[in-house]
Unconditional design. Sequence first.
Length: 429
Amino acid sequence: MTKTKDPVLDPGHLKTLLKGRVPGQLIIQMTDLCNARCPQCSMRVTEPFARSRLSLDDMKRMIDAAAKNGVEAVSFTGGETFLLQDDLLEMLRYASVAGIPFTRTGTNGFLFRDSDRPGFESRVGRLAEELAKTGLRNLWISMDSADPAVHESMRGLPGVVRGIEKALPIFHQNGIWPSANLGINRNTGGAPETPAGERFDPDAFYADCRRAFRKFYAFVIEMGFTMVNACYPMSVDDASGELSAVYGATSVSDVIRYSGAEHVQVFRALLDTIPEYRAKIRIFSPRTSVLALMRQYSGESTQCRPCRGGIDFFFVDAAAGNAYPCGYRGGESFGKYWDLDPKKTDARAVCRRCDWECFRDPSELLGNLLAFRENPVRAAGRLLRDKEYRAALADDIKYYGACGYFDGRKPPDYEAMKPWEKKNEKHFT
Ligand code: SF4
Ligand code: SF4
């Protein structure tokens, strides 16, 4: 079982923060191979492009360099990483032995199809056992909708929801508590409830989003998940010319495309829904970050802490095996990750151009500590003036502690999360 590091009080982290940096994160896209049909993603199986995969030797070199750089979190992403299951297991083991404390990966759940066929339980049991032997800390399973038929049709994976339900207790028995990974989209709560073409009514849109998030959280709890995260709606606007996605996890599909005014209401609804479920499921999404992003879309962009992408966080793509500031700044290759010296990257750089939660959420939370290091008077003044942000931050810090910092190798401690039942009553009465 992995040991939980306190992301703030760990002495190594404190030393990093005192140097004006945050604990590093490296996302390795092992492959862009995929077998799903998600409309929100250009890596879907129907897209005709030559697929790539990173070699084991290259990934080992990246991991060794990451360990040397003091990187704390390495994520293996795709495509669908479990199409290369042997490579994935080997890399998870390798990263753990190299001393990376937080290793993560995820799946679209294709392995959990055909759950009524004989041998399903033993097949999933063997997989869970193998994963449990690695240092894996978090496994996420993608979920797009509270309506199984909608989710399965979006993914092109019939029967997968029932299979995930059957697989979850098997994972729990083997010491792995997977998280549901919601990619926020217009089908989150089922079929879209606002007819297209109608005049935008922010309150009605907010109410729709609230219903959708409530339905989604209730659904994943009922499925047996004990942890959940939300990926904020991502679509790169090619016309803006500002961003060019390194990899294909973007799409112009209307299912994930929201206007600025809609984004405000999506974030507002998420901000208000999270407290209702915090006692029932470990919700990773920090309200501090959701609030900051809501404000950014309301035109208060400087209220958000700048992203650490390209400073402390990096992304390596499967096609060229190069490092980038993130998955969305494709014009800024750093070359090979092992040649990159993160100490020499420009720590003053400021980017707030997308809502990639992998980078924006930790940047927002840890950015507050960096702000205190840079200018304690200004940082304290801002917190004193901004009651809503201050309350969200204080609550997130307490909640993260109660959730054991989202250790996916431990069950939830509902007793520790119980105070959020009361907080919720207070919040809504
Ligand atoms: S979102 Fe994930 S599962 Fe869906 S097509 Fe893209 S890589 Fe595949
Ligand atoms: S905000 Fe972060 S993840 Fe988004 S484009 Fe900028 S560096 Fe990349």
